[in-house]
Design a protein around this ligand. Structure first.
Ligand code: DGL
Length: 274
């Protein structure tokens, strides 16, 4: 089974890790559209076009499913792509519902400008009764801090939190913090620390991985397993490829996952391609 995982850069690797807990044997094609990143500040029509190009690339590679490991690409492109797709397209959306169902207090949502301003979020919030408890905050520049991986990126992220996000946090006193961009998931440990013990941190990665399982096999996903020590992942980037591949390998290795050199097909097949 072959699964295409797409993001504007390295952030979507956090989604790939979640998928590996359910489907450790699958072959993954990860594509990061670094040449056009960040998506979060771009015109949604352009993001739709780039996402459609990535999707075509995956179809040509014979994937059984596509995971848009990017809230911004999902917001701009998931619906039109799904209209005629022969394979399931899974998209990430901010885990607001999960946070609201679990928490009684306010929820702070951090996402890109595109996601915060997009119709998808507006419609999602309209459908949820307790949506008044959600405060969406756009975080321009935060993706770039993670993606750039400068030697001091964690310090830069902490400064971003202190100067740009903490004022919202202090005023709202949320009991839930939703990471609505896959890049922010690489700062999950830090966000937990900054938010403190009275505020829980949520993201959509586990949800999309479970949904992927349901679409492929038609059954509820089992409990997630441990991360495999090695995985079949082919990494591709639209710019700066050598450096990004090395960063990606290092990131995966920091979670104990090594890349297998040879990527072969596996015997597990999905139920259907529809
Ligand atoms: N990682 C992406 C997301 O989940 C996009 C970040 C960006 O390119 O601005 O929204």
């Amino acid at each position: 089974m072959r699964i295409g995982v797409f993001d504007s850069g390295l952030g979507g690797l956090s989604t790939l890790l979640a998928c590996l807990r359910y489907l450790p044997e699958a072959e993954y094609r990860f594509f990061g559209d670094v040449a056009h990143a960040p998506y979060g500040d771009k015109d949604p029509a352009l993001v739709r076009q780039w996402t459609a190009e990535a999707y075509q690339r995956f179809l040509t590679a014979g994937v059984d499913a596509v995971v848009l490991a990017c809230n911004s690409a999902t917001s701009a492109a998931a619906a039109p792509l799904r209209e005629q797709s022969p394979v399931p397209i899974l998209g990430l959306e901010p885990a607001i519902k999960k946070a609201l169902d679990t928490e009684e207090g306010p929820v702070l949502l951090l996402a890109t400008t595109l996601t915060v301003k997009g119709d998808k979020l507006r419609i999602l919030l309209q459908r949820i009764d307790s949506a008044r408890r959600v405060r969406p905050v756009a975080c321009p520049g935060l993706m770039e801090i993670v993606e750039g991986q400068a030697s001091d990126w964690r310090i830069a992220a902490q400064n971003y939190w202190r100067e740009r996000l903490y004022p919202h946090f202090e005023e709202l006193q949320p009991s839930g913090l939703v990471l609505g961009c896959t890049h922010y998931c690489w700062l999950e440990r830090e966000f937990r620390q900054w938010a403190g013990p009275d505020c829980r941190v949520y993201d959509g990665n586990d949800g999309v991985a479970r949904h992927l399982w349901r679409r492929l096999f038609g059954t509820e996903a089992p409990l997630p397993g441990a991360l495999p020590r090695s995985a079949r992942i082919r990494l591709e980037f639209s710019a700066d490829a050598d450096r990004k591949k090395k960063l990606a390998r290092d990131w995966l290795a920091s979670r104990g996952v090594q890349l297998q050199e040879r990527v072969r097909d596996t015997r597990i097949r999905p139920l259907s391609r529809g």
